[in-house]
Design a binder for this molecule. Structure first.
Ligand code: GTR
Length: 357
């Protein structure tokens, strides 16, 4: 059972302030939240710089009759100031024609062919959602290169932001821009990504409370999965291959998972009281679905503190294709491998419809 496993794993306590005071009331959550952001910034993802005061968008091309007239599609260049001059990156916005502002997915995507070929955009439009997507490497390369946004801010070797932090920052800049678009209901914005970009969506949504929903698809290690007792990828694996995703300090925890003062349930808990949705695929053992589920269970006390249900579960791993959508933390595991499938998107939209976020 999950409760016993959580005890055995001896996870660092979500509900104790750094000075040892137990967190028992909702009024203590903002302080605990700030502590957790600081901890995860210092040890894992690096510190995020201050947001720019304004993001400008220039529509560079568009189609007012996309999808046989059902939608509007625009390629937009976003520009904002940084300490080293302005930075620009492209995004694609598609929204259904409607008589009111529509909710939106902010999707950090892998491929430059926006919208991504695996993204079921027509279904998204038909279900009344907009999609704002950008390709992550248009922000900065997925490698050790100091390029793009990475050039624009000074980075401390131990605690400066890694690439996940930079991509997450870009998701927030997309929302800055969408707040100025009357066609978009920016109070109903979900940030979503798959795999390394699922980690990105979580870190973005953990910090940026404007997102009403945060969705992780197969994010695994350093995403939704509890690191202690994890199968598949471990901190040594991920920091060997992708050290640049994180801050320098993260390497200190290679092979020392049990000693870490932080854990991934803390990342998930930062989404409270907003809606969190974690999606797994049963054959994705590198990500480890069971530990992603465990992450949802272990994060749930944050919602309960705020008088909301966390994950509603009997503590057992759910059956395949039996999504848990009743609580403020939602979870599903579908059959198949590591992929952002149409099934995942459709479950995510079912969940949004149901919660109205
Ligand atoms: C893998 C990495 C995972 C996951 C995945 C992906 O190579 O080990 O953590 O992020 O890439 O992004 O597809």
């Amino acid at each position: 059972m999950t409760a016993e496993l959580m005890q055995k794993l001896n996870l660092p306590d979500l509900m104790t302030l750094n000075d040892g005071t137990p967190v028992r009331q909702a009024s203590q959550w903002p302080l605990r939240r700030a502590e957790l952001i600081d901890l995860l910034s210092r040890e894992e993802y690096g510190y995020t710089p201050k947001a720019p005061s304004r993001v400008e968008g220039a529509i560079v091309s568009g189609d007012d009759n996309a999808f046989a007239g059902k939608a509007v599609q625009q390629r937009i260049e976003l520009t904002f100031d940084t300490p080293a001059g302005s930075f620009t990156f492209p995004m694609m916005l598609t929204y259904p024609k409607a008589d009111r502002a529509v909710p939106v997915f902010v999707n950090v995507a892998f491929r430059p062919d926006l919208p991504e070929r695996y993204c079921p955009l027509e279904e998204i439009i038909d279900r009344g959602y907009a999609l704002a997507s950008f390709c992550y490497t248009d922000v900065t390369a997925d490698g050790a290169e100091i390029d793009g946004l990475a050039v624009k801010y000074p980075v401390d070797e131990k605690t400066g932001w890694g690439k996940i932090g930079m991509w997450a920052f870009a998701c927030s800049r997309v929302l800055d821009y969408l707040e100025d678009r009357p066609e978009i209901d920016s109070a109903r914005a979900a940030v979503v990504g798959h795999s390394r970009l699922g980690k990105t969506a979580l870190w973005c949504g953990a910090q940026d409370e404007r997102f009403s929903m945060v969705i992780s698809n197969d994010s695994g290690c350093s995403g939704a999965a509890i690191t202690r007792n994890k199968v598949g990828e471990k901190i040594a694996d991920i920091t060997d291959r992708f050290p640049f995703w994180f801050c320098g300090n993260y390497r200190n925890w290679r092979g020392r998972e049990d000693e870490m003062p932080f854990e991934q349930h803390m990342l998930l808990a930062l989404v409270a009281p907003r809606l969190l949705y974690v999606c797994s695929a049963d054959q994705d053992q590198w990500a480890h679905p069971e530990n992603e589920f465990l992450g949802c269970c272990a994060a749930s006390p944050a919602w309960r503190l705020l008088r909301l249900p966390g994950l509603i579960t009997d503590g057992r791993m759910p059956e395949l294709n039996a999504p848990l959508h009743d609580g403020s933390v939602c979870y599903h595991v579908r059959p198949g491998t590591h992929f952002f499938s149409r099934t995942d998107w459709n479950y995510q939209m079912d969940c949004r419809d149901r919660h109205g976020v």
